[in-house]
Write a protein that binds this ligand. Sequence first.
Ligand SMILES: [Zn+2]
Length: 325
Amino acid sequence: MNPPQSSTNKHFIGLDIGGTKILGVLVEAGSESGPLTFSELATATRPSVKGNQGVLDSALTVVSTLLDQADLPVNRIGGIGIGIPGAVNASTGVVYNAVNLGLEQLELRRELEDRLGVPVAVNNDVKIAAIGAAHDLGLDGSVVYLNIGTGMAACLVEDGEIFAGTTGVAGEIGHLPVDPDGVPCGCGQVGCLETIASGSAITRQWPSDATHPSDELLAEHLGGNPEATRIFRSFASGIAQAVRVIVLSYDPEMVILGGGMRKLGQPLSAEITAAFEEWGSASPFIASLNLGARLSILPHESNAGATGAALMAHRITTAHTPCES
Ligand SMILES: [Zn+2]
């Protein structure tokens, strides 16, 4: 009943493990000529369970749900890619200090390879989402993904490859201090960008019982509440500053704004654009950077984290040669 085993598996699984949920996709890779395309055969979401065993069990549940949905045995899967918060050693697949998942250290790759018998690749969630976002938007060349979730972090992607730096810290621009009179940051510095422009910055400045305090802040801002407008504009200005730093540092073709806070959508991009225009009116140099034209917001429906993880799985199981097109 099972289809004959092909010499090269074309099916890959990507898992985006977050603090509250695990999103998985099972894809089939398209033809080997031309740009890589994926057809999505199954998707599954499960709540994240904290702790080493919880993370392993919930990841395995998502994998078996995907296989059931696609009616495929595990030996038809070429590889599994995983994006997870925390510090990740991409060569060993060991995850360190994923605080929101209650992990101090987990040999995620080895544990899953032992259980499933399939190659597994693991990397930090923002880095994985960066390659997924560039793929989803069809962008080659140099692209920076700016993730605004609970915190702020960025990742440079060059021709589909992650640039992580010598120790993996490249892109941690949320910890760039910009306000000497600002509030202390969890990193031990004062006035970091992340204390102004992140989900945690909104929660601190706009305490609320709402499920999504940022949505409430947005509604109050649009309704004319001056305090909400002040906080919203400061938040948008922090993102604008991050984009300026990114463009001055890397000069990418595009900066993609992703993470949960991107859902603030058009009102957010309007405030960011207003900040760019204010700086540009005072500085022909800044105006010449065309910051507004270089910023793109990741669409609501994009599952960049899971797509990027599937891309990584595809890479570890195919002889990786850069595209020549
Ligand atoms: Zn900091």
